[in-house]
Ligand binder design. Structure first.
Ligand code: KDG
Ligand code: MG
Length: 402
């Protein structure tokens, strides 16, 4: 079998997605997600101009060799654009191989290690009562693990609390919007939020919280300590992780479990965090981290240190990435939890898929390959539109992490 052609499908069914479709001379095709929220066309150009010409005529079964060819062969390594492009090729090739062998992809990754995969939902509210109401709605839908975010008094817009009653903030059309941030107000407020939620929902539901890279290590240590009575499943992205050593300080002060990695694009971003056991969950995503080939290696390395996975699963990753995460997650031994933000009905229609949610768990389904296709006619009705994630400033105007 040979790769005969490859092309990109750009669409915006409620948000932008970049999808790579690789065709073989035997009529089997594979899909890969190449979406990098707010920087989509950079990855599209990287693939179109520099990667696709190198794929034609290659054996699609030679996944490791093609991965190395695109990684080492470019000379310029890593970075979200490069690694998302490599991931798109990698996932499409795994899809092709599993379809050619007529088996669900997880069987090529070791087979099922569990029957279902624990997932967490997103609950949010403008204030504590709103957040509690949202948590209860998700409990009614059967979720056993729930991320809780709330508006902070005196802060005009909080991460994870979308405007206009939407389920999540998409990247917005036009130039980036700006929101204000106060660490002091947040640190005083967050323990009150979790105290109130625990009082209402009891001890059994897993609660998670995303700090979205906004604190310094010592601030994160204070937060982790103050949340200990409410035994969170994890606090996510407590501090920016470029300086991996920062996590040592957090670890010295608190037993609240730590998750990070959704912005990582290479195993090396996580290397020190894992081998020093400064984190408990690796949040890397298939699409930005270099694909299934790269994430399988990162997960196996993490397993040695009892670090579990919690793959990123926000809606800016397409259903192709969600399926890839589920196939990998169900196969590896150190799966921890999977983020589940349902896509909109329109996005689900554009990407028909076999994975399913039921009673707090998901599974990838048993269709050959990834079990995801794309309705190109429908996708064509929703063309790409430039959109940006917001930026954040401190109350004095200093730009900070969103
Ligand atoms: O594109 C950015 C989003 O993927 C990110 O803000 C979502 O933090 C996120 C999460 O935990 O899902
Ligand atoms: Mg996050």
């Amino acid at each position: 079998m040979k790769i005969a052609s490859a092309r990109l499908i750009l669409c915006s069914p409620d948000r932008n997605f970049v999808t790579l479709r690789i065709e073989t001379d035997e009529g089997i095709y594979g899909l890969g997600d190449a979406t990098l929220n707010g920087r989509e066309l950079a990855v599209a150009a990287y693939l179109e101009e520099h990667v696709i010409p190198c794929l034609i005529g290659r054996d699609p079964f030679a996944i490791e060799d093609i991965w190395q060819y695109l990684y080492r062969g470019a000379y310029w390594r890593r970075g979200p654009v490069t690694m998302s492009a490599i991931a798109a090729v990698d996932v499409a090739l795994w899809d092709i191989k599993a379809k050619a062998l007529d088996t669900p992809l997880y069987n090529l990754l070791g087979g099922k290690s569990r029957q279902g995969m624990l997932v967490y939902a997103h609950a949010n509210g403008a204030d504590i009562p709103g957040a509690i109401e949202s948590v209860k709605r998700h409990i009614d839908q059967g979720y056993l693990a729930i991320r809780v975010q709330s508006g902070v008094p005196g802060v005009n817009a909080s991460y994870g609390v979308p405007k206009g009653g939407k389920a999540y903030e998409p990247a917005e059309r036009g130039l980036p919007s700006e929101s204000l941030w106060s660490t002091e107000r947040y640190l005083n407020f967050a323990p009150k939020l979790f105290e109130a939620v625990r009082m209402e929902v009891g001890e059994d539901i897993h609660l998670l919280h995303d700090l979205h890279h906004r604190l310094t290590p010592i601030e994160a240590a204070r937060l982790g300590k103050s949340l200990e009575p409410y035994h969170l499943f994890w606090m996510e992205d407590p501090t920016p992780a470029e300086n991996q050593d920062g996590f040592r300080l957090i670890r010295q002060h608190t037993t609240t479990p730590v998750a990070t990695g959704e912005v990582f694009n290479s195993f090396w971003d996580a290397h020190d965090l894992i081998r020093n056991q400064w984190i408990d969950y690796l949040r890397m995503t298939i699409v930005h981290g270099g694909g299934i080939t790269a994430l399988k290696k990162a997960a196996d390395f993490a397993a040695v240190y009892q670090v579990r996975t919690g793959f990123h699963g926000a809606t800016d990753l397409s259903p192709v990435t969600m399926a890839a995460a589920l196939h990998l997650g169900i196969a590896i031994h150190n799966f921890g939890i999977q983020e589940h933000m349902p896509h909109t009905p329109l996005a689900d229609q554009v990407f028909p898929h076999h994975y399913r949610y039921e009673g707090g768990y998901m599974d990838p389904g048993d269709a050959p390959g990834l079990g995801v296709s794309i309705d190109e006619d429908l996708a064509g009705q929703y063309p790409y539109q430039r959109a940006y994630l917001p930026v954040a400033r401190k109350l004095d105007g200093t730009l900070t992490d969103w």
